[in-house]
Design a protein around this ligand. Structure first.
Ligand code: BTN
Length: 319
C-alpha cells in the first residue's frame, strides 16, 4: 500500500474526526511535506479532504463517488479506475482487454454519453444518479457458457442489495433487475471470442444501476419502465460506492468457479417472470407462453399456448 492509500484508509476509518498532519507523518514515518503531497493527490482523485488549522485533515466519505472510496468498501485487491464521464465503460474495458490488461480491472463512471444495452439499445446513464461500471474478464470458458457471466452478475446485484439494505429485487430473465415493478439495473456482457478454440478470449461485463432518480426526470423512451432503487438522502454517494463494491465482491465469488454455478439458486429464486404469462418473440413471430421457471442452464422454461414446452436460451420476452 502506498502512502496515499494509507492516508486515505486512516482518514476514512476515523470518519469525521480530524487527524493532524504531524500525526500522519509520525504514524507513517514520512515528512509533513510528503503527507501534504499525498493529500493533494487524493483531492485530485476526487476525495473531499478538508484541512482546518490546528485540527488537521478530515474526509467527507458520504459525499463523493470515486474509486478510492469504492475500494475502501472492498477486501478484494482489484484495480478500480474511476473516470467521471465516458462514452461507455464497456468500450474502455474491451480496449483494455485487447491491450492485455490484467483480469478484473474495473472502470467505474459517473455518467456515460453512449451507454448501451442489449440489441443496440441506449442505456441512459445520467450523472449523479447511478453507478455504471465494467469489469474485464478472461474467463477461459466455451462461449456456450458465457451466458453464465451475465446471469451470475444479475444474481450478484440482487444479493448485494439484499445484504446491504435487506431489499428484495427480482431478475427479469435474462439481464434486467426490477424493483417495485421498475427496471433498476441492466447488464451487458460483450466478448471477444477465440474462434479456434471456441472459448471467450476476454469479456467486458458491464453493469448499470439506477441508484437514484436523475436530476431531470427519465428520458421519455424509458419513463414507463425505468425506476430507481433508492430515494435520495445525505448518503447518496456512500450508497453508490458501497453498492458498486458489494456487487463486484459477490460477483467475484460466483465467478471464481463459474461452471459450478453457485449463483444458480439465487438466480432462480429471484426470477421475476416465473409463474407469469408472457409474449415471446421468436424468429420474428410473437407467441404467448406461460413461464414455468429457470432451468439448470439458466434458460427460461416456458409452456406455449399450443402445449409445446421449451427451454429458451436467448430471445426477447415481454409481459
Ligand atoms: C440492458 O439494459 O440491456 C443492459 C444495460 C447495460 C448497461 C451497462 S452500464 C455499464 C456498461 N456500459 C455500457 O455501455 N453498458 C453497460
Amino acid at each position: 500500500m502506498n502512502l496515499k492509500e494509507k492516508i486515505f484508509n486512516l482518514l476514512n476509518e476515523k470518519n469525521t474526526e480530524f487527524i493532524s498532519g504531524q500525526y500522519l507523518a509520525e504514524v507513517f514515518n514520512v515528512s509533513r511535506n510528503a503527507v501534504w503531497k499525498a493529500v493533494n493527490s487524493l483531492r485530485k482523485d476526487g476525495c473531499n479532504i478538508y484541512a482546518v488549522q490546528n485540527k488537521g485533515y478530515t474526509l467527507d466519505s458520504g459525499g463523493i463517488f470515486t474509486g478510492e472510496i469504492i475500494k475502501s468498501y472492498m477486501q478484494l485487491p482489484v484495480k478500480i479506475e474511476y473516470i467521471p464521464n465516458v462514452t461507455s465503460t464497456n468500450d474502455i474495458i474491451m480496449e483494455y482487454g485487447r491491450q492485455g490488461a490484467e483480469e478484473f480491472i474495473t472502470v467505474v463512471a459517473d455518467s456515460q454519453s453512449n451507454g448501451r444495452g442489449r440489441k443496440g439499445r441506449i442505456f441512459y446513464s445520467p450523472d449523479n444518479a447511478g453507478t455504471y461500471f465494467s469489469i474485464l474478464l478472461r474467463p477461459n470458458v466455451h462461449f456456450s457458457e458465457s451466458l453464465y457471466i451475465t446471469t451470475a452478475a444479475a444474481a450478484a446485484v440482487t444479493e448485494a442489495i439484499k445484504q446491504l439494505y435487506n431489499m428484495d429485487t427480482q431478475i427479469k430473465w435474462v439481464n434486467d433487475i426490477f424493483y417495485n415493478g421498475k427496471k433498476i439495473c441492466g447488464i451487458l456482457t460483450e466478448a471477444h471470442l477465440d474462434m479456434e478454440s471456441g472459448t471467450v478470449d476476454y469479456a467486458a461485463l458491464g453493469i448499470g444501476i439506477n441508484v437514484f432518480e436523475p436530476k431531470e426526470s427519465y428520458h421519455k423512451d424509458i419513463k414507463n419502465i425505468a425506476g430507481a432503487a433508492f430515494s435520495r438522502s445525505l448518503f447518496d454517494n456512500k450508497i453508490r460506492c458501497e453498492i458498486t463494491a458489494k456487487v463486484i465482491e459477490i460477483f467475484y465469488e460466483y465467478y471464481k468457479n463459474l461452471s459450478d454455478m453457485t449463483f444458480l439458486n439465487t438466480y432462480k429464486s429471484r426470477s421475476f417472470l416465473t409463474g407469469k404469462n408472457i409474449t415471446v418473440e421468436k424468429d420474428g413471430i410473437m407467441q404467448k407462453a406461460f413461464v414455468k421457471g429457470i432451468d439448470d442452464k439458466c434458460r427460461l422454461s416456458v409452456l406455449f399456448e399450443n402445449g409445446i414446452e421449451e427451454n429458451l436460451l436467448s430471445c426477447e420476452v415481454s409481459l
